[in-house]
Design a protein around this ligand. Sequence first.
Ligand code: DON
Length: 544
Amino acid sequence: MNRIIILTSIYFIFIGNLLAQSASVAAAHPLAVDVVESILKKGGNAYDAAVAAHFSLAVVLPRAGNIGGGGFAVIHTSNAKAATLDYREVAPLSASKDMFVRDENNNNISSLTSKSASGVPGSVMGMWNLYLRYGSRNLSWSDLLTPAITLADTGFFITEKLSEELNYNSSYFILQNPNGCGPFCKDIIWEQGIRLVQSELAETLKGIADYGPNYFYSGPVAKKLVEQNYFTMSDMASYLIRWREPIIGEYRGWEVITMPPPSSGGVALLQLLYGSERDLNTMQELESVASYHDFTELTRIVYEDRARYLGDPDYMDMRTADLLDTSYLDKRFINIDPKRAGKSPNLAVPLGEESSETTHFSILDKEGNSIAATTTLNASYGSKRWVAGFFMNNEMDDFSISPGVPNQFGLIGFEANSIKPGKRMLSSMTPTILVKGDQKVVLGTPGGSTIITNVFQVIRRFCRFGQTLQESVNSKKIHAQAWPEVLYLEEGSFTKKVLRKLKKKGHKIEFKKQIGRFQAVSNGKTAPDVLRTGDSAGRVIFIE
Ligand code: DON
């Protein structure tokens, strides 16, 4: 008997120690996970690994991984310091409020497919600043780009998902790039296992590795972008990242560290978390009619605030603290009718075509340094325009093009998110870290406007309903956003009875095959979104 107890204790001490020395990662491609492992094993920390993962995703996940886009990262270090990095794109200096509005002949410049659809990319400067401020210095900047350069230069075997995307997009690539787009404009049928070599991208990455961000912002890459009329040299040379104070809330004993504007994600997430716990709340159950109803009504209010008040903080009147003030929120939520679906203010025209690709990765190293990073080109392959080996973003579509006109995610906005030179467009990306004592949960997802509600649901399931992180990620999601007045249900998220009763309450329902592609980790655990399509992968990495 005593022997069993002793052996069991030894086992647990051993496993405990191993977990204490373990790091965890979840990302949208197994090769990015391999890169994270190799960087951590070479003595890099979570931030080194994040830089290497970012550049590697630009190679192996070209629909969303990028150097032609931007993103946000939430950081919580081993010594409990929280920070956020904003490497969002900015509008060029020549941009103007009405640049995408239809003229009297009903012609317009496209905010999705034209050269003007691109904001000045922030990713390279973002990664450089992440490396400078948080990198371990055990590895050089160029060490962190080496895995990406190798993947681009010698190629990698494409997955089935990537082969399908390349075939689906090939005619768009050719249309958008009359002067060619390297391997992407090749006249072939892509199949799983074909090696994708990206020589031009390798050369660009090599330049960034050797010369730093200047190679991109004032050197050869900037010159190409200027020659091809995307930006001026001053657009490129004046790009700056921002370190921003995180938004920090509390939910069920967890500290919630999340992204402030110009992402709407953090504000909306904390509004939803507060709303779901209010005194008269009807969200006591997970998948009941009352809970789905109340969720829809909460989002009606939260997405209205998003549309009315949120934008680039450097240009914004509303203080985020005011939007999170509990007496303000109580007043907003008090009118929710538990019986009937409400009405969103009459502000918008119907939802546009949605395409969804962004990518998120989460890393927690053995010291407890953590980073949640979400990055994007906006649409899948952005504007599908290809320069110097990489695709350009179409993030300008995230501005409100004109009052009440929805973007590709059906999101609308007003003056707070109007286009101005040098301004950042409002985002929904919600990288978030939960902290309780020495426990951390690092999470996020792609999905445009659904990012916010997805993050909300995973946090609620994990913190309030005691599901494991993987169960919370796997669970079927729902989404609503005030406009259009629709409750979206992911397949498998409802029973016929729930559906019938929701309709009876006046909800218009539509179904979605898939919502998001979550990537979460916690101490000694990884929870990638492997049940949904894509190549998500996670790993717990043991380090000596
Ligand atoms: O910043 C935003 O909110 C959007 N540009 C994100 C786009 C996105 O998530 C696409 N989907 N997966």
